[in-house]
Design a protein. Sequence first.
Length: 412
Amino acid sequence: MTIRRDDAVRMDRDDPLARFRARFRLPDGVIYLDGNSLGPLLHTVRDRLDKVRDAEWGEALIRAWNAHHWFDLPKTVGDKIAALIGGGSGNVVAADTTSVNLFKMLSAALQLRPGRPVILSDNGNFPTDLYIAEGVAGAAGSDRRLQIVAPEEVAGAIADEVAVVMLTEIDYRSGRRHDMGEITARAHEAGALMLWDLSHSAGALPVDLLGADADFAVGCGYKYLNGGPGAPAFLFVHPRHQDKIRPPLSGWWGHEAPFAFDTDYRPADGIARQLCGTQPILSLAALDTALDLWSELDITDLREKSIRLSELFIAAVDGFAGEFGLTLASPRDPDARGSQVSWRHADGYAVMQALIGRGVIGDFRAPDIIRFGFAPLYIRYVDAWDAAAALNEVLATKAHLNPEYRRRAAVT
């Protein structure tokens, strides 16, 4: 299949989502294909942060907790995220980090399945998820343990001893997608609970947690949701579990009456008991505003564009991949992957650094993956074509052999 740049230009001209690109602050001369790691700044978020800093914190001071509804933000933002992930009103809060929320949800799952010692996950999961699971299992007692299998072996490994299956829907390296409905159903058939990490799903593709009957979910706010670096994460608890859980992190924000200042802990009703300590208001305000634009679009339209972008990019790179030792690490089937495309190359780190030097920003994941995220709200079809052309140029000219591109930075 021959892809021409004129084809990409035409697709941009007909793109119903093209109007959203102007909402973002995107540097000139940059093709930003790393929104699956950090979304760019929205102009409205910049304005909201100015307002929170000056008019709310600056003028109202501590009165802003009531006057500007700071205290309500975890649930307000949570409901906005719930609309994107099929979570239902009152079942999601925005708070803490993904790792902290994983600790909460895994601990809750072990509470609810006391006779089952195993947390089941796969080796494609994000490492921090596995680290947290190891810690939770260790803290819960000597009989608790983490079992890790290959992604394709998960369904068959859900046995009677499994308390909870913990998976990331979209593999952070390859973009491979688990079947949420199928695996959740299999977990429930075996009497296990299901916990999904949606860090690479929320804001990238349609998710229906209640429809899939998921028990728990977590995810971050700084990737496709564009909440800013270190934006608050979120967690979902199915209504059937909310009042059965005694939170392992029993902080005052999750207390039934936090301003009664009682010395004993009584968990709040519903999802609010999953809150812990005082939340970061500047970050919550940024995420709150970043989420507003989602009410203006249908996520199925976004998914359709995501697939078209990634298919264009794959087709363009396929034209030279074999010549330069590139192999596709992502599934060929677009329905089986998220909103990213990953390629393997023996010199992947240096190749990505050479691309970044040319203004095409993706990222590298060890040991050999170069990763390109396609966030349809601001990525154009011509960006996908130009990124493929830049990759071809880097490999054809051997630019990646330049010593400056081979020195490893702390963040890859």
